[in-house]
Ligand binder design. Structure first.
Ligand SMILES: Nc1nc2c(c(=O)[nH]1)N[C@H]1C(S)=C(S)[C@@H](COP(=O)(O)OP(=O)(O)OC[C@H]3O[C@@H](n4cnc5c(=O)[nH]c(N)nc54)[C@H](O)[C@@H]3O)O[C@H]1N2
Ligand SMILES: Nc1nc2c(c(=O)[nH]1)N[C@H]1C(S)=C(S)[C@@H](COP(=O)(O)OP(=O)(O)OC[C@H]3O[C@@H](n4cnc5c(=O)[nH]c(N)nc54)[C@H](O)[C@@H]3O)O[C@H]1N2
Ligand code: SF4
Ligand SMILES: [Mo]
Length: 768
């Protein structure tokens, strides 16, 4: 163990300020994108990057010879528009990464971590790109420069000093490349641990579990083009206008082909109302395309009740006509049909409908669409995945698709819409905390060492291990763990227990300020930047939400000459740790990324000739659902499941809170203070509330309240939110993440997937 200077207690803030700026409230917008979207995209780009960097970068965003958008995981069409294959939020993400504001040693000599931590997340991010490696010594309040070699050596020393490898934890956020994530996972295993939590534990883990159990693969089955001619698309618990904006173009195509779109969401989100396509002149000049045909304003976490009501109604129609369900498909490809049909008899339809809060006439309209349709897609995101019963909720939607035979054929299937641009790829190449025997066997065969065969920690496990002092080194390949994870105060304490925390990052965030005793910032290249070695430009690969692997090559001059690629950083640390004495040639892989791709092909499932096939349009990884091959599931068939209703007992003074994203943020990165589509300007500390609930509590617009939650007798609080009257079901509330994370208990998470319950937190309101 290195001899540490005596640690001091730093008085840093994990919550940031709770003051208000100047809130303005307007009517929610009813048209998404259009000229305002283009204006906002260009405004951010020009402000952050200047015109001379913006124009070439925007032209290469999502193009075949360019780079993958660093924002969400929505796929690009195989033949992108040569002019603009991006959206407002893609442009904002690019501008945020490629900003010309930079910070280095002078900045950190001037401001202590304590001072910086008093600022808001918006202010912290706005300082710009990190440009050189920095060390926060245990007895200091100020980061100071450190060389790359010394930082690798420091990490290696700490790792060598551990009593066992499980005292180290390696977190990944979904912006990494396949190559960096693969090597990172391999390094953890070479060290002897599967402690590989990642952001998908907080995100689509519930989808992975539900889909693996029912269909045999933890990913979605549709391709982008499938959406174009679907007859019905259900969009449940997802806000694509903000979080996956180019999805609206695909929905527009579906509408033009006569498809029906159903929005299932407590909120009527602007993106699903009307869309003016900025890529088409007619789109911009017309009144836009109305997208959702029906909106079902379901109460938070009552999706199971809703789907059950729909299934009961479809079953009755099927009994009359015999052709509403696809009986041939059910017989040949599924198991569990009789049990589900028997179970549906147990529910009182009126009670189910009452639980949903949705009008029966709207439900009947959807039943009518579904009864007639053969080609159905279900899309979803965090509104389904972040509840205690998320896994069974998703399984209930899968039941609907299976009964209709809308699986494994064109224009039909499952569409869990992934968050981070490469979160799916990271998982595919081995970022997983559980043991996959086949993967381990291949590691041994092709990389020449034995991977550990005991399970590691996921995000919740990592928080707990650190909190209990069982983990000493916490390394993060991207992300902002302290703000992203639930139970902010608990998480902060957990991190502060570590001896060393290491952040491989592009931008400053609160996880650089709330740290272990010693902390390192290792600044890295962003997706948009050139990665040059010996005069040769290198490329990485990513996998989008629909399983297509593609090469990505940055084009901009890096923010600093000091920056290293994530791959170089991971191999640098591994090389310092093993000192050349390991079966894997880390040094060589840090130079030649094709060598990594060769190993990915041999070790990760489905990857094949990636170096060559990822170029151009790229290639799809195999997907058994697309082939209707369910042979690997127990029983050899897709699984229709029987799922219980949620058991929510709200006390008379309790409300159900969902923590959601504004239009001006990417997760914990706050681009601005507006949420244009919902009519909120200049403030994030707002609480969306039903008008009648407000009257009941004698609250009016802009009254200031505190929120608290009580789980297991422990009171958690989030202070000072301005109430905003909004069209939201009664007893439901919405407020932004991460400001509300202090309310989400660390030990309450989805059954099986262990995803924090960020979309259904029981809270009480008190007047300030
Ligand atoms: N611009 C931008 N893009 C992003 C992100 C970002 O922060 N900013 N984040 C990325 C990431 S990592 C992710 S995971 C995705 C997130 O994408 P989304 O999942 O769309 O993001 P959220 O804001 O969490 O929205 C969840 C939606 O679910 C609804 N909802 C909440 N509870 C329920 C429920 O019980 N039932 C139903 N039916 N609906 C419910 C909410 O009203 C909201 O519309 O976006 C990705 N893309
Ligand atoms: N209450 C509540 N909590 C939530 C959610 C919610 O809906 N409600 N959503 C959850 C979800 S879906 C997710 S995915 C997590 C997100 O959790 P994270 O992935 O941990 O968080 P991000 O905010 O995406 O991380 C942003 C940071 O990543 C770094 N970064 C950006 N680009 C790169 C890059 O190319 N390389 C590297 N190395 N670093 C980079 C920057 O320094 C930036 O500050 O949050 C979860 N937390
Ligand atoms: S939809 Fe997502 S991936 Fe596509 S340009 Fe917009 S933010 Fe980027
Ligand atoms: Mo996510």
């Amino acid at each position: 163990m290195p001899v540490e200077p005596r640690p001091i207690k730093r008085n840093v803030s994990q919550r940031g300020p709770e003051e208000f700026s100047d809130l303005r409230i307007k009517e929610p917008m009813r048209i998404a994108a259009g000229t305002e979207g283009v204006y906002q995209a260009l405004k951010h780009s020009f402000k952050e990057m200047g015109i001379s960097r913006s124009i070439p970068a925007l032209f290469k965003l999502n193009q075949k010879d360019g780079f993958d958008c660093p924002s969400c995981a929505w796929p690009d069409p195989e033949h992108p528009s040569p002019i603009a294959e991006y959206c407002e939020n893609g442009a904002k993400a690019l501008a945020d990464e490629a900003t010309t504001s930079h910070i280095g040693k002078d900045f950190f000599a001037k401001y202590s971590v304590e001072e910086l931590s008093r600022l808001s997340d918006y202010q912290i991010n706005a300082f710009g790109r990190l440009t050189e490696p920095l060390l926060l010594k245990a007895d200091s309040l100020y980061y100071e420069p450190i060389s790359w070699e010394a930082s690798y050596e420091l990490i290696a020393e700490h790792l060598r000093g551990l009593q066992n490898p499980d005292e180290a934890i390696f977190y990944t956020s979904g912006r990494s490349s396949n190559e960096a994530a693969f090597l990172y996972g391999i390094f953890a295993r070479a060290l002897g641990t599967n402690n590989l939590p990642d952001c998908s534990n907080m995100c689509h883990e519930s989808s992975g579990v539900a889909l693996s159990e029912t269909l045999g693969i933890g990913k979605g089955s549709v391709k982008l083009e499938d959406l174009y001619e679907a007859e019905v698309i259900l969009i449940a618990g997802q806000n694509p206008g903000t979080n996956h904006p180019r999805m609206l173009s695909a929905l527009e195509k579906c509408k033009k082909n006569g498809g029906k779109i159903v929005s299932i969401n407590p909120l009527l989100e602007t993106g699903l109302v009307n869309f003016k396509n900025p890529q088409s002149v007619t789109g911009m000049l017309s009144g836009g395309t109305q997208l959702a045909d029906v909106h079902l304003p379901v109460k938070i976490n009552q999706d199971i009740a809703l789907v059950k009501a729909i299934l009961i109604k479809l079953k009755a129609l099927d009994q009359d006509s015999g052709n509403v369900f696809d009986h041939e498909f059910i017989l040949e490809y599924t198991q569990g049909y009789d049990a589900l049909m028997a179970d549906l008899e147990n529910y009182d339809l009126n009670r189910l409908i009452e639980m949903t809060g949705v009008g029966e006439a709207e439900i009947d309209k959807v039943v009518e669409y579904l009864a007639q349709a053969e080609k159905i897609v279900v899309c979803w995101a965090m509104g389904l995945t972040q509840h205690k019963n998320s896994v069974v909720t998703i399984k209930e939607y899968v039941n609907l698709l299976l009964l209709k035979g809308a699986i494994g054929k064109p224009n039909s299937g499952t569409c869990p819409v992934r968050g981070h641009s490469n979160v799916q790829g990271d998982r595919s190449v081995g970022i997983m905390h559980y043991v996959n025997k086949t993967f381990n066997k291949r590691v041994e065969e092709h990389l020449g060492f034995k991977a550990p065969d005991h399970e590691g920690v996921d995000v919740v496990g990592a928080m707990k291990a650190m909190h209990e002092g069982k983990a000493k080194v916490f390394m993060c390949l991207g992300g902002n763990f302290v703000m992203a994870a639930s139970d902010t105060d608990y998480t902060a304490k957990a991190i502060q227990n570590c001896d060393l925390t290491v952040q491989v990052s592009t931008k400053l965030n609160r996880s650089h300020l709330v740290t272990g005793k010693t902390a390192l910032i290792l600044p890295t290249l962003g997706r948009s930047e050139k990665d040059i070695q010996d005069g040769r430009e290198r490329e990485i690969t990513t996998e989008n939400s629909m399983g297509r692997v593609r090469a990505s090559r940055g084009i901009l001059k890096p923010a600093s000459e000091e920056l290293k690629s994530e791959i170089e950083i991971v191999t640098g640390i591994a090389d310092a740790y093993f000192k050349g004495d390991h079966a894997v040639d880390w040094k060589a892989m840090g130079k030649d990324y094709d060598l990594i791709r060769e190993k990915i092909d041999l070790v990760a499932k489905g990857f094949d000739k990636t170096a060559e096939r990822a170029r151009g349009v790229g290639y799809y990884l195999p997907n058994n659902v697309r082939e209707r091959d369910f042979s690997k599931l127990p029983g050899g068939k897709a699984k229709i499941s029987v799922n219980p209703l949620p058991d929510h007992q709200l006390e008379p003074d309790e409300f159900m809170l969902m923590t959601i994203r504004s239009h001006d943020q990417f997760n914990t990165t706050i681009y601005g203070m507006d949420d244009r589509y919902r009519g909120i300007y200049n403030e994030r500390r707002v609480l969306f509330m039903n008008k009648e609930d407000m009257e009941f509590l004698d609250l009016k617009n802009e009254d200031i309240v505190h929120l608290n939650s009580t789980y297991d007798g422990i009171k958690r609080e989030a202070f000072r939110f301005k109430v905003v009257s909004y069209d939201i079901p009664r007893r439901n509330l919405a407020a932004y993440f991460p400001e509300t994370n202090p309310l989400v208990p660390f030990n309450h998470f989805a059954d099986q997937s262990r995803t924090p319950i960020s979309k259904s937190v029981k809270v009480r309101i008190t007047k300030a």
